[in-house]
Ligand binder design. Structure first.
Ligand code: CMP
Length: 144
């Protein structure tokens, strides 16, 4: 008998393809990685993030030494913002992105294949359902 799971834990995650992803012309490949992982692209737009929006998005890092360079980098060029949706979307996205520091990310992960270091790390993904909710509201201004 076929078992149909009722507990698929459908989640959303806010994904940013950072300026280096656009500049290296790998945005399409990155989007495919999320689709190939079984996630649906629910929203997508290309924008240029200003310092105010960047500061709000990364506000948990406000006191960190790298906050200034993080903001400067994310505001340095256009980015693609997406909402991906599907079973375990947050964990799945983090798995396919790889560790935050691209130098430690194995090949086959997005950061391992396309990132450079801990700042120029090609993608951002929400780290929890609570962050996802806040970030989707921040960038798309709509009900989660
Ligand atoms: P991101 O996934 O966008 O979320 C927060 C970002 O802060 C992270 O990617 C990194 O680019 C950056 N970051 C986190 N830790 C450090 C660190 N120790 N030094 C420099 N940048 C960091």
């Amino acid at each position: 008998m076929i078992q149909i799971s009722k507990n698929k834990n459908i989640e959303k995650s806010l994904i940013i393809i950072k300026p280096d992803g656009i500049q290296k012309r790998v945005a399409g490949k990155i989007i495919s990685r999320f689709e190939d992982a079984g996630l649906e692209i629910e929203r997508m737009k290309m924008i240029r993030i200003d310092e105010e929006l960047a500061g709000e998005h990364y506000k948990e890092h406000r006191k960190k030494s790298f906050f200034g360079s993080l903001l400067k980098y994310i505001c340095s060029g256009p980015v693609i913002i997406m909402v991906v949706r599907g079973p375990e979307a947050i964990l799945k996205s983090r798995e396919i992105m790889g560790p935050t520091d691209s130098r430690k990310a194995p090949s086959g992960t997005i950061r391992g294949d396309f990132g450079e270091d801990i700042t120029v790390n090609v993608v951002h993904g929400s780290d929890s359902p609570r962050s996802a909710e806040r970030e989707v509201r921040l960038f798309f201004g709509e009900n989660f």
